[in-house]
Each structure stands twice: as structure tokens, then as C-alpha cells.
Design a protein around this ligand. Structure first.
Ligand code: DLL
Length: 433
């Protein structure tokens, strides 16, 4: 089902025309109203009127997270403060938080795009949507809430925490859709099992999960455990929040709403644009946002693009599953390792739970990699041999696919800290040089 048939199926040539018109408009707006952008454009010798085709986008400056931090809190606002209806902020676990400002029109568009996403994952106005993304400055809770309301569904604004109580609420109120981070969904599921609530026995049928990286294997495993169809919603505070992209029923990449955003893939080292299909850093330009528009924002998320037609009828490009971030790639003894690859491997091993932690450390001059993973209750027996076999298998898989030797630590059920929102999957204890 499509929420906005006309715009979601716009022929690609028309989409391109619309993008150009909107790109020219946003360039004029930021040049006139944001001193940071005026300076950047001037340094590169480009004026808004030089943007005559979509290819001219390449002439425009990049925006980085550091730029947003340097302009904290209101430096990049493109409208008077009085026209800002709301602010949200990134979780900002490291360094200065980033503040995004929304005009009322921005909030309306945001709700509309999240409604498009929910609709693409099969949510209808008759559904009950249990939102367990955190409410507050984090964009997850309010973003999902407004989108589900826009669609006309009934919303249960559960927010995070109190997982056992939430499992009861899910059952008692008969939620048909669960919206939260994938790691929190697992935490909820586990708490449900502990109190005798099996998600497979509930009316729950759709998961709208995102906000953190998760593998395709994890998606399949969650679908099976919970008896649902799980979708992958993507977004970031700097661009809008959740609702930038989602997978349709085909589950073959996530559609990015190109009438509001322009996506590019670049080589993170050189900044050069990469052709369709090649993996690189996703760069997004917002073309309708009024409060805090961003030009060529370097997301640090790694993915590739395809514009091939999708069977669902949507014409908007698809991003392939995000393989990680440029900044979460671990370099261990010179080898590039993505935590998500390790997750994928772990999820294929029978007898282990989806709870894991990757610990990187240094002994002398040598990097060490330890993968802690919980063993499922039924396997945590005294059969040492079986456990040793499991350890060896995981170690072999990681060596084979990631090229590094990891120490595997099989843990007792429930010994790894559970996610309250976005999960911590990696602890890097190496001294910063
Ligand atoms: O996480 C917005 C969001 C909330 C998206 C709820 C989806 C659902 P931030 O806190 O600013 O915003 O974090 C953005 O999270 O750059 C990615 O690295 C990561 N991320 C978000 N969604 C996905 C996803 C929200 N589906 C950062 N897959 C982004 C992989 C994701 N990574």
C-alpha cells in the first residue's frame, strides 16, 4: 500500500526536475540566511544561481557533524527563531550534541514521511502502534508517534524502559505494530518470555525497527522469534529523524524519499562521487527542510544505491542495507572489521542468543579482539565439549570471513547488559594515540 501514490511513484525524470527546482531553492535559502553556508559557497566560488543541473550538486560544499557542532546550538538555523516550532537533538554520547530545528511545515512533512514508511511496511489506520522508541530529544519516539498518528493509526506512546510492564501492555492493548530499535525489541521479547508472554501468540504482526545498525540475519531471526514482518527504518537527527528511508514489502533495499532528499555516495577518503552500486559514504542534501536545511551532509553511514525499478511500484531509489559507519569500522591489527559482519556470523550459529559484545583492547603493541556472546538457556549445559565446539566454530567463522582471530567468550544467559534504546555492541579499550 502507498500513502502518497502520486509522489511515491513519480517517474524518475519528473522526480529529477522536482529535485533540481527544490535544490536551487534550498541553495538560495541557505546562502541568504546562514552565514556558515554563505562563507562556504564563497570559498568555493559558487553562487546559488550556478546550480543549473543536478550534477552541479558536486560543486557544493560538504557539511560535517563537526560543522554542526561548531555552530551549536542555533548557528545553522535558516529561519528566525520565532518560526521554529520544535527542536530535537542527537543522543550525542560523544562530544557536543547536535540540535535540529523544525518549522511547523517541517514537522508536517516529517510526519508525512514517517506515515509513508509505516504504510510501506503494511501499517493501516486500523492498526495499534506501540511506540517504544524513547520520547524526548531523541527523534525516535516523537517521530514515530507523529507518523503513526498521521496515518490514522492508534498510538500507544510507551517510550523506553520497564520492559516487563511493556510486554504486558503489548498483550493487553493488542498492539499490532511494534516500533523501536531492534535491540530494544529483542529485550522486550525476552522480558515477555520471562513473564510467559510469547509474541507469537499476540496480534502483533509488524515491526518498524531502526535507529541502529542490524544485520539481515538478525531481521530474519527476529521475524521468526516474534512471528512478525520486520522492516528497517532509517534516519538521522541532522536530516530529520526516522522516516528518511524504509524497505517496502519486497525487503530489497530501503526506499529513500527523493522528493525531499538527494542522496549521493562518495569515497570517504577522497570525497569523490561513486557510481551506482558501489559502497561508500552516504551524503544527503535536504531539499524541503526550512528550519535546519543541510547541504551535502556526510552521514558517515556506509551503503550503496540502486535506482533499478522495484516491484512495489515506488520509483524512489533504494539504499542497500547499511553495512556500518565509517567511524565504527574497527581496525584490528591492520584488518578492517565491521561489527555487523560479526553479528551476521553469530546469528547463523544455533544455540547462541542475539546478545553479544565486542571488546577490543591492546596487549603490548598487539590489538586483541574478544567476542562475548550469550549461550541460549537450553544449551548452557555442563557439556563442556559442546560448548568448546561452539567456541571453535565461531572463532573459525570470524577468522574465515573477517580475517582476524578473535577470542570467543561464551557467557551465561542474561550476563550481557540489555539495550535501553540503542545497543552498545562494541567497547574499544585501546588507548587513543
Ligand atoms: O537514530 C533516528 C531514527 C530513530 C531512525 C528511530 C530510525 C528509527 P540519530 O540518533 O541521530 O537518529 O542517529 C542516526 O543512527 O546515522 C545511523 O548510523 C544510525 N541508524 C539509524 N537508523 C539506522 C538503520 C536516529 N535503520 C544514526 N540502520 C545514523 C543502520 C541506522 N543504522
Amino acid at each position: 500500500m502507498l500513502f502518497d501514490i502520486k509522489n511515491e511513484t513519480l517517474p524518475r525524470e519528473e522526480l529529477a526536475k522536482l529535485q533540481l527546482m527544490r535544490l536551487q531553492d534550498v541553495c538560495r535559502r541557505v546562502y541568504a540566511n546562514v552565514p556558515f553556508y554563505k562563507k562556504r559557497f564563497d570559498e568555493l566560488g559558487v553562487k546559488p544561481e550556478d546550480v543549473r543541473s543536478l550534477d552541479d550538486l558536486r560543486r557544493l560544499p560538504f557539511t560535517t557533524k563537526q560543522d554542526l557542532r561548531n555552530n551549536y546550538p542555533y548557528g545553522l538555523f535558516a529561519v528566525p527563531r520565532a518560526n521554529i516550532a520544535r527542536v530535537q537533538a542527537s543522543s550525542g554520547t560523544t562530544g557536543q550534541a547536535v540540535v535540529a530545528g523544525y518549522t511547523q511545515r517541517d514537522l508536517d512533512i516529517w510526519a508525512e514521511l514517517v506515515a509513508r514508511c509505516m504504510c510501506a511496511s503494511g501499517v493501516t489506520p486500523t492498526d495499534i502502534v506501540h511506540v517504544a522508541y524513547g520520547y524526548g530529544l531523541f527523534t525516535g519516539g516523537l517521530g514515530a508517534h507523529d507518523g503513526a498518528s498521521k496515518l490514522g493509526a492508534m498510538v500507544v506512546p510507551a517510550s523506553g524502559g520497564a520492559t516487563r510492564r511493556q510486554a504486558h501492555l503489548l498483550r493487553d492493548l493488542g498492539a499490532t505494530v511494534l516500533a523501536c530499535t531492534p535491540s530494544f525489541a529483542l529485550h522486550l521479547w525476552e522480558s515477555g518470555m520471562e513473564v510467559g508472554i510469547d509474541f507469537r501468540d499476540l496480534p502483533l504482526k509488524i515491526g518498524v525497527f531502526g535507529g541502529e545498525p542490524w544485520s539481515e540475519t538478525m531481521r530474519h531471526s527476529m521475524e521468526e522469534k516474534m512471528g512478525i514482518d520486520a522492516h528497517n527504518i532509517y534516519g538521522l537527527t541532522e536530516i530529520m529523524g526516522p522516516g528518511v528511508a524504509i524497505d517496502c514489502m519486497e525487503h530489497n533495499g530501503i526506499h529513500l524519499w527523493e522528493d525531499h532528499f538527494i542522496a549521493e555516495i562518495i569515497d570517504p577518503e577522497t570525497g569523490e562521487n561513486l557510481p551506482e552500486g558501489e559502497i561508500g559514504e552516504l551524503v544527503i542534501t535536504t531539499i524541503t527542510k526550512e528550519g535546519t536545511p543541510v547541504i551535502r551532509y556526510r552521514t558517515r553511514d556506509l551503503t550503496s544505491i540502486t535506482t533499478a525499478p522495484c516491484r512495489c511500484g515506488r520509483t524512489h531509489l533504494r539504499l542497500n542495507r547499511l553495512t556500518g559507519r565509517t567511524d565504527d569500522m574497527l581496525i584490528i591489527r591492520g584488518v578492517n572489521v565491521f561489527p555487523q559482519h560479526i553479528e551476521s556470523l553469530l546469528m547463523q550459529v544455533r544455540g547462541i542468543s542475539p546478545n553479544y559484545l565486542i571488546v577490543v583492547d591492546r596487549q603490548g603493541t598487539l590489538d586483541t579482539l574478544e567476542v562475548q556472546v550469550e549461550v541460549a538457556q537450553q544449551l548452557f549445559t555442563d557439556k563442556i565439549k559442546e560448548l568448546q565446539g561452539l567456541e571453535q566454530r565461531i572463532q573459525k567463522d570470524i577468522k574465515e570471513y573477517c580475517g582476524v582471530t578473535a577470542r570467543i567468550r561464551l557467557m551465561e544467559p542474561h550476563s550481557i547488559e540489555r539495550s535501553g534504546g540503542k545497543a552498545t555492541r562494541v567497547v574499544d579499550k585501546r588507548p587513543r594515540d
